[in-house]
Write a protein that binds this ligand. Structure first.
Ligand code: F6P
Length: 338
């Protein structure tokens, strides 16, 4: 996205582009770099961001009930005035876009671009980053098949996905997982065990379970959290291990867990993501040039569109119960541990 923004803005419009270092931290403190054509020439294949981010830091009281901080909207305005900026392109997931909407409400012209491996930004079919993470998670499922098959084991793969199970659903289906556990469908341990026992009876000597980190048992069971600092959402992790131990205890089947963790965020983006990022970045500049601020680029019906960032802020796009992908999965015999 950064590459496409800089290239479109400089090539087509002779504009100057600045990149704020560490996201909103750069915006409020003024830490920035000038981004010219050569600065972005070689970043297409790089994962992550060349600018850094400030995910855990908060600079604005966006009214989400989390930590109250000294609001730095005035600092942001001052920085923008000093640099002579016409607007800010905010690239990120729900947190980033909620702040973008807040700033827009304070009169700071913003354009949002949805970027998250969780794919849970509203009103866009896809966020960029998702396809790359999904490709890695699918490859992990493929690779787990080897040991699962030869050693006759139940393998549990834990992938990211706090509130939305897109990554688990897509990689689980693409990799041919037998059971997929997602936050949207609370699971029953006994239902999982029933599926596993039935597979054993049919002569299947292994099973693969793909679990989102936010998957949880029905009946308000515990979420698996690593830690939560004050005012910051707790980190999730451990559901894969908990499920594996419980399955072993209930069925006696040998069970192993793999937590994919940050491997699914790293490495080079897929061709699909490179194209989506290029299309989003290009569209973001077009919106800025047209003075159409307060919008987010989105993918609708396979085409690039734009939606008010206000309609996206604070909303998590979860898998709807009537998702065609869920019904396709059920039809081919995939279990959701219901
Ligand atoms: O927001 C994307 C996400 O990957 C979630 O799926 C996950 O819960 C979280 O980030 C992990 O964040 P961090 O790396 O900051 O612990």
């Amino acid at each position: 996205v950064i590459r496409a923004v800089v290239k479109t803005a400089t090539n087509e419009h002779g504009m100057e582009v600045f990149g704020f270092l560490d996201g909103y931290h750069g915006l409020v403190s003024g830490r920035h770099v000038r981004l010219g054509y050569d600065d972005v020439a070689n970043i297409l294949t790089r994962g992550g961001t060349i600018l850094g981010m400030s995910k855990r830091d908060r600079f604005f009281n966006i009214g989400d009930g989390l930590l109250r901080v000294r609001d730095r909207t005035r600092d942001a305005r001052g920085v923008m005035r000093r640099l002579g900026l016409g607007g800010v392109i905010c690239i990120g997931g729900e947190g980033t876009l909620a702040v973008a909407n807040y700033l827009n409400g304070k009169g700071i012209p913003v354009i949002g671009v949805p970027k998250t491996i969780d794919n849970d930004v509203a009103i866009t079919e896809q966020s960029f980053g998702f396809d790359s993470a999904c490709t890695i998670a699918t490859e992990a499922v493929d690779r787990l098949h080897t040991t699962a098959d030869s050693h006759h084991r139940v393998m549990v793969l834990e992938v990211m996905g706090r509130h939305a199970g897109w990554l688990a659903l897509h990689s689980g289906l693409a990799g041919g997982g037998d059971i997929i556990l997602i936050p949207e469908i609370p699971f029953h341990c006994e239902a999982i065990c029933r599926v596993l026992r039935a597979r054993v009876r049919k002569g299947r000597r292994f099973s693969i379970i793909v679990a989102a980190e936010g998957a949880h048992p029905a009946g308000g069971g515990e979420l698996y959290m690593v830690k939560g600092a004050r005012g910051v959402p707790a980190r999730l992790g451990g559901i894969g291990t908990a499920i594996a131990r419980e399955i072993e205890r209930r069925t006696g089947l040998e069970c192993r867990e793999t937590i994919l963790g940050y491997l699914q965020r790293g490495g080079s983006p897929t061709p699909y993501d490179r194209l989506l990022a290029t299309r989003f970045g290009h569209a973001a500049v077009r919106l800025a040039v047209a003075g159409r601020f307060g919008l987010m680029t989105s993918l609708v019906g396979g085409r690039i569109d734009s939606v008010p960032v206000a309609r996206v802020a604070g909303i998590t796009r979860v898998i709807p119960p009537d998702s065609p992908l869920l019904s396709a999965a059920r039809s081919i015999g995939t279990s959701f541990g219901e």
